[in-house]
Design a protein around this ligand. Structure first.
Ligand code: MG
Length: 97
């Protein structure tokens, strides 16, 4: 499965489960991605590596749902951004983190 196939499938699964019966605001979908990030943080705080990995998958699936619902070519965007990142300066010009 490539990245765009994952996005399409994530959206189709969410749609089949009723999560797109009404148009969803981008802000709502971003908040849901953020909620999965928080769940990953909590799993890591508890030292639950299995759940941590599951929450990382949830993050990617929710990003896929957002991109699938908006016909965003995430694979192209990632490829382009990774190429850009290769050319960035060390620590992006001296940022602390
Ligand atoms: Mg989760």
């Amino acid at each position: 499965m490539n990245i765009n196939q994952m996005c399409t499938e994530a959206f189709q699964i969410a749609k089949a489960n009723g999560w797109h019966d009404e148009p969803r605001e981008t802000g709502t979908l971003l908040a849901l991605i953020h909620s999965e990030v928080s769940e990953a943080l909590e799993a890591d705080r508890k030292g639950d590596n299995e759940n941590f990995i599951e929450e990382l998958a949830d993050i990617v699936i929710r990003v896929g749902d957002l991109c699938g619902s908006r016909n965003i070519d995430l694979e192209k965007a990632i490829t382009e951004k990774m190429e850009f990142n290769k050319k960035r300066s060390y620590r992006h010009g001296g940022k602390a983190y």
